[in-house]
Design a protein around this ligand. Structure first.
Ligand SMILES: Nc1c(C(=O)O)ncn1[C@@H]1O[C@H](COP(=O)(O)O)[C@@H](O)[C@H]1O
Length: 163
């Protein structure tokens, strides 16, 4: 991509979320999408969250991927403070296996959407692919890469054989 500065922000509530959220970062890396990764918590660092959300549009972020576990308020609270699209990744929690994270993120009040992905690493990967699909609307070279990715994936499945 032509841009050098981040166009996708990957944020997470805690360092402990990195093992899940790194999967989003890896996909963005694979597609050559400039991105940044930061720890931002609605609960523990509300000032940082407010500053992050408020500056996202002027910093030219085009998508924010926000991962959090348990009482996962981060994606919704960020979405409340910016019109940059927010994709939420429910991190698998120990106590409730991520169902708490999923419901905290998905059940937004009307007017403040968060695009909610699946629980865990698969959700993080898909969040990155969805971010790439959004960016691809204005970037033909990225669309080509996404189409090549889909074709390779499809071919792999067609070549699969059962034991
Ligand atoms: N859900 C949130 C928020 C938030 O929503 O702002 N901040 C931290 N957390 C979550 O707390 C879990 C446990 O965090 P620790 O492992 O640091 O105790 C993490 O999954 C994090 O996303």
């Amino acid at each position: 991509m032509a841009e050098q500065s981040p166009v996708v922000g990957v944020i997470m509530g805690s360092k402990s979320d990195w093992d899940t959220m790194r999967h989003a970062a890896e996909v963005l890396e694979e597609f050559g999408v400039p991105h940044e990764c930061q720890i931002v918590s609605a609960h523990r660092t509300p000032d940082r969250m407010q500053a992050y959300a408020a500056s996202a549009a002027e910093r030219k972020l085009e998508v924010i991927i926000a991962g959090a576990g348990g009482a996962a308020h981060l994606p919704g609270m960020v979405a409340a403070q910016t019109t940059v699209p927010v994709l939420g990744v429910p991190v698998q929690s120990k106590a409730l296996n991520g169902l708490d994270s999923l419901l905290s993120i998905v059940q937004m009040p009307g007017g403040i959407p968060v695009g909610t992905l699946a629980i865990g690493a698969a959700g993080a990967r898909n969040a990155a692919l969805l971010a790439i699909a959004i960016l691809a609307n204005q970037r033909p070279e990225l669309r080509q890469r996404l189409e090549a990715f889909r074709l390779a994936q499809s071919n792999r499945v067609k070549e699969d054989t059962l034991p």
